[in-house]
Design a protein around this ligand. Structure first.
Ligand SMILES: Nc1nc2c(ncn2[C@@H]2O[C@H](COP(=O)(O)OP(=O)(O)O)[C@@H](O)[C@H]2O)c(=O)[nH]1
Ligand SMILES: [Mg+2]
Length: 356
C-alpha cells in the first residue's frame, strides 16, 4: 500500500512556514477545551475576504474535533482528561496580489497550541516530568491565552469578592506564570508574548434574557485589577468575549444547547497579527544582511572591471562572470525576500484589523 503523504501537498510546506506557539492558561472547567473546538470549527471553512482558515496537520484530528463539538451540541460534554494537549494547526490565507499570484492561498503560520494541563499550572517545574516539559513550552510561547470564565464577572469584582475570584480563576498562578515567561524570554532575547484574555462563556453576560448584562468595558476593568501583570507596559494585550453555545448555566450545570460560536476566531487573529509583527522585524534584520552581502559582491566586481578592457577580456573573464552570476543570485534572493516581507506585512495588517 502506498503511504499517503499528509502534508506539503501545497507549497510551501508547513516546515517552511514561520511557526508560533500559543499556550492556554486557565482554571479547570474555565472552558479551554471547548474554546479550542469552537475556534477550529469557526475557522475550518475560511473567514473574511482573505479566507483565513485553520487546518490540522493530521486531517483525522480535525474530524475528531468537529465530532467532539457536535457531541457537545448533542448534550455530551468533552472529556475532562486533564492531559496536556498540543494541537498542530496551519493558518492559511490568500492575498489579492497581481498576475500569477492573484488569489493564491498559502500557508501563513504553523501554529502549535497547547492546552496546558491544570495540574501543571499549580505544580513546581521539577525535573523529569511533564510539568517541566510544559514549562519549556511556556517559555517558547509567542502568545498566551488567559482563559477566564465570564461567570465570575456577572457582578463587579468588588474588594469583598476579589479574593474569592482570585482563588476561583487561579489568577495568582496565572499571573506568576506570565511574569516568569516574560523574564525567561527576555533573558534569551525573545520578545514578550502577546496576551489574549479570553472571557469564555460570554453568553452569561451577553444574554438578553439576562443572567447579567455587563459590557466588555466594565469587565475589562475587573480583569485589569485581577491580572495587572497582563497589562504591563510594553505588552500587547487584548480582552475578548468568546462563546460557543449556552452549554451550561452560570452555576456550571450542563444543559442542552445549539452550537453558537461567537468571537472565537478573534484571539487567534490577534495572536497571529502580533506574531507577524515580530516576524516583520526579523525580516528587516535579514534584509539588511542581504543588502550588505550584495554590496560586497558589487565591490569585488567593481574592482575587476576597473582593469583595462583587454585584461578583463583575456585574464578576468571568468571571475567577472562569476561575480555577475553571484550578483544575479543575490538579487533573486532579495526579490523573493521582499515579496515575502510584503506578504507578511499585508497579513499582519489584515489579521490585526480582523481581530479588533
Ligand atoms: N454557557 C456556556 N458554557 C460553556 C461554554 N464553553 C464551555 N462551557 C461549559 O463549560 C464546561 C467546561 O468546559 P471545558 O472546555 O471542558 O473546560 P476546561 O476544563 O477549561 O477545558 C463545559 O462542559 C460546558 O458545559 C460557553 O461558551 N457557554
Ligand atoms: Mg480541558
Amino acid at each position: 500500500m502506498t503511504e499517503f503523504k499528509r502534508e506539503a501537498r501545497f507549497a510551501p510546506g508547513r516546515d517552511a512556514l514561520p511557526s508560533m506557539r500559543i499556550s492556554l492558561l486557565g482554571a479547570s472547567k474555565s472552558g479551554k477545551s471547548c474554546y479550542i473546538l469552537g475556534m477550529f470549527a469557526a475557522l475550518v471553512r475560511g473567514q473574511g475576504y482573505h479566507q483565513y482558515s485553520l487546518s490540522t496537520v493530521h486531517h483525522e484530528d480535525g474530524i475528531a474535533m468537529l465530532q467532539e463539538l457536535e457531541d457537545l451540541g448533542a448534550g455530551k460534554p468533552p472529556l475532562g482528561t486533564d492531559e496536556p494537549r498540543t494541537h498542530e494547526f496551519t493558518l492559511r490565507g490568500g492575498l489579492p496580489g497581481r498576475g500569477q499570484a492573484a488569489g493564491v492561498q498559502t500557508g501563513v503560520i504553523a501554529i502549535d497550541l497547547t492546552d496546558f494541563r491544570g495540574g501543571a499550572i499549580r505544580e513546581q517545574p521539577l525535573d523529569e516530568n511533564d510539568t517541566k516539559q510544559n514549562y519549556d513550552q511556556l517559555r517558547q510561547s509567542d502568545s498566551i491565552f488567559v482563559v477566564l470564565d465570564s461567570g465570575h464577572f456577572r457582578q463587579p469584582v468588588t474588594p469583598a469578592r476579589k479574593n474569592a475570584v482570585i482563588q476561583e480563576t487561579w489568577a495568582n498562578r496565572i499571573g506568576d506564570l506570565i511574569g516568569w515567561t516574560i523574564r525567561e524570554r527576555e533573558a534569551r532575547g525573545l520578545p514578550a508574548p502577546s496576551i489574549a484574555v479570553l472571557l469564555t462563556k460570554w453568553d452569561f453576560l451577553n444574554d438578553q434574557r439576562g443572567t447579567a448584562a455587563r459590557g466588555l468595558a466594565d469587565v475589562y476593568q475587573d480583569v485589569r485589577a485581577l491580572l495587572p501583570v497582563a497589562f504591563g507596559i510594553g505588552l500587547e494585550q487584548y480582552v475578548f468575549g468568546v462563546s460557543i453555545g449556552e452549554f451550561s448555566d452560570p452555576e456550571g450545570n450542563p444543559r442542552q444547547a445549539h452550537i453558537g460560536l461567537s468571537g472565537v476566531e478573534n484571539p487567534l487573529f490577534f495572536a497571529a497579527g502580533c506574531f507577524l509583527t515580530s516576524q516583520t522585524q526579523s525580516l528587516q534584520g535579514a534584509r539588511g544582511q542581504l543588502a550588505a552581502e550584495r554590496t560586497a559582491i558589487d565591490a569585488r566586481l567593481a574592482k575587476l572591471t576597473r582593469w583595462p578592457a583587454i585584461i578583463q577580456q583575456y585574464l578576468l573573464q571568468r571571475p567577472i562572470a562569476e561575480r555577475r552570476a553571484e550578483l544575479k543570485d543575490k538579487d533573486d534572493v532579495i526579490a523573493a525576500h521582499d515579496l515575502r516581507a510584503a506578504q507578511v506585512a499585508e497579513h499582519e495588517k489584515v489579521l490585526r484589523g480582523l481581530a479588533t
